[in-house]
Design a protein around this ligand. Structure first.
Ligand code: 6PG
Length: 515
């Protein structure tokens, strides 16, 4: 079994019960309330006995609650939408789950100090739920925002709530619907003490790799949401790279869906092993009941986004950290939406894609190796961004811990993360993964494949901007010489911006010999 698959999903119930600071395992029914020792509880006791509350019973919130209940915690859910409350009740086989449509009733269920998790859409809904909650909370209660919130919003909320004596954690949760139900990855930011209160629950619910939970406190304030944002940036870029391999296989090599599926299946057995490759194989196996063909061929080729990839690029620009493959992935989702313009451009610049004339199996091997090289480069860009953000925003991130928890539960989990973890274990303050000996050796071994694939794509006319950006980043990063002296000269020429010399200290300006 593959490394990341081995740890996917919870390993069992009731882990770490002795260290739990929370009441656990109480059984409640409508009429009589019993705890696990079989003693009858009074209504008053029953009313303040739930370990954690969840606001937002959409698919993620519901599944996460069910997951926590599986691990012996009593959980209460709240949603204004009666249908969502009913959906949770229907799926609740455990008696330790309560669901309410009234906020006051919901709050009354929670043991004190209270822990309330929010899984609502990022942005204004988070503030509105917090405003609704505040009048019902006491000093020392804890709010956990488990959505994909923008990290600067998390900082503001943390400070606003701290002033009122309310603890706040910004938690990045990855793994989608299945992960939420069977073991996600939790990237936690906020006060460490507040995390300690819910740590047993999150660790129990998280995916495990060799028994090690994919959950960690990563730093203060928005550290967790920042790391989750960069996780998503990496996710966008790897998805774009995989899509480019599909494009080459389909339009240049003329492989059919089943042949493409076989390629992803074989890649998933080797160094490329990871969740995104695995689901891509499954996607190419999916039949469409309606048309009888493969579903992939019926899906409109316009990629949507909820903004986290764009935030990653924006943040990287702000921090002046180059992450060109991630930028390109966001841009390509945008470009996919320009359908009408692309139709017009296609009519003007007609291009007949030449048929592939080489040895398919040789090329497919090269393509897989190019994908692996580019994937390393994408993680290098993402980790380099985390490194700079960590010092700029004083997160004090432990990047080895980030790599460790990303090995399970999350969307970008992959066998490669073991190597990335090792790189940071060997050198904690590594500036860039391309400087790590273990990854450098892999890139040295694979760089020629990446170059060959990019050359082939260029001549074939199939766009592979993700591969190209990765290769260009690699070539620029390893080059001591970049032609930036010319840019400095141009700036000084038209704007008197000055320049530095390589043979003398100080700044200089030249009255250029303007015509
Ligand atoms: C995860 C995913 C998830 C992601 C959404 C929307 O880690 O589980 O990253 O949180 O944000 O699937 O992503 P889009 O921006 O592509 O809509």
């Amino acid at each position: 079994m593959n490394n990341y698959q081995r740890g996917y999903g919870p390993t069992g119930k009731h882990s770490n019960p002795a260290t739990s600071v929370l009441s656990r395992g109480k059984t409640l029914t409508d009429k009589h309330h019993h705890n696990t020792t079989g003693k009858t509880m009074t209504n008053q006791q029953a009313q303040q006995s739930y370990d954690i509350g969840m606001i937002g019973l959409g698919v993620m919130g519901r599944n996460l609650l069910l997951n926590m209940a599986d691990h012996g915690y009593s959980v209460a859910g709240y949603d204004k939408d009666q249908a969502k409350v009913e959906a949770l009740r229907r799926e609740s086989t455990e008696q330790t789950i309560a669901a309410k449509t009234g906020l006051v009733d919901f709050i009354a269920l929670l043991s004190q100090p209270r822990s309330v998790m929010l899984l609502v859409p990022a942005g204004a809904p988070v503030d509105s739920v917090i405003d609704d909650l505040l009048p019902h909370l006491n000093i020392g209660d804890l709010i956990i925002d488990a959505g994909n919130s923008y990290f600067k919003d998390t900082d503001l909320r943390t400070r606003k709530l701290a002033a009122k004596g309310i603890h706040f954690l910004g938690v990045g949760v990855s793994g989608g619907e299945h992960g939420a139900r069977h073991g996600p990855c939790f990237m936690v930011g906020g006060q460490k003490q507040a995390y300690e209160r819910v740590r047993p629950i999150l660790e129990a619910a998280a995916a495990k790799i060799d028994g090690d939970p994919c959950a960690a406190w990563l730093g203060h304030e928005s550290a967790g949401h920042f790391v989750k944002m960069v996780h998503n940036g990496i996710e966008y870029a790897v998805m774009q790279l995989i899509a480019e391999t599909y494009d080459l296989m389909q339009r240049n090599l003329a492989l059919n869906d089943e042949e493409i599926r076989e390629v992803y299946a074989s890649w998933n057995q080797g160094e490329l092993n990871g969740y995104l490759i695995e689901i891509t194989e499954h996607i190419f196996a999916q039949q469409d009941e309606k048309s009888g063909g493969h579903l992939i061929d019926k899906i409109v080729a316009v990629a949507k986004q909820k903004g986290t990839g764009m935030w990653t690029s924006q943040s990287a620009m702000e921090l002046q950290v180059p992450i060109p493959t991630i930028d390109l992935a966001v841009a390509m989702r945008d470009l996919s939406g320009f359908v009408k313009e692309r139709q017009q451009a296609g009519a003007i610049y007609q291009l007949a894609l030449p048929r592939f004339a080489g040895d398919r199996s040789v090329f497919l091997n090269q393509l897989g190796r190019a994908l692996f090289a580019s994937t390393i480069i994408v993680y290098a860009q993402g980790m380099a961004l985390l490194k700079v953000a960590s010092s700029q925003y004083k997160y004090h991130l432990d990047l080895e811990a980030v790599a460790r928890i990303w090995r399970g539960g999350c969307i970008i989990r992959a066998a490669l993360l073991d190597d990335i973890r090792l790189a940071f274990r060997t050198k904690r303050y590594l500036a860039n993964l391309l400087l790590a000996p273990n990854l450098a050796q892999k890139l040295i071994d694979h760089q020629d494949d990446l170059r060959q694939v990019v050359c082939h794509a260029l001549t074939s006319g199939v766009p592979t901007p993700g591969f190209m950006a990765s290769l260009a980043y690699f070539d620029a990063y390893r080059s001591l010489w970049l032609p930036a002296n010319l840019i400095q000269a141009q700036r000084d020429y038209f704007g008197a911006h000055s320049y530095e010399r390589n043979d003398a200290d100080g700044t200089f300006h030249t009255e250029w010999d303007k015509p």
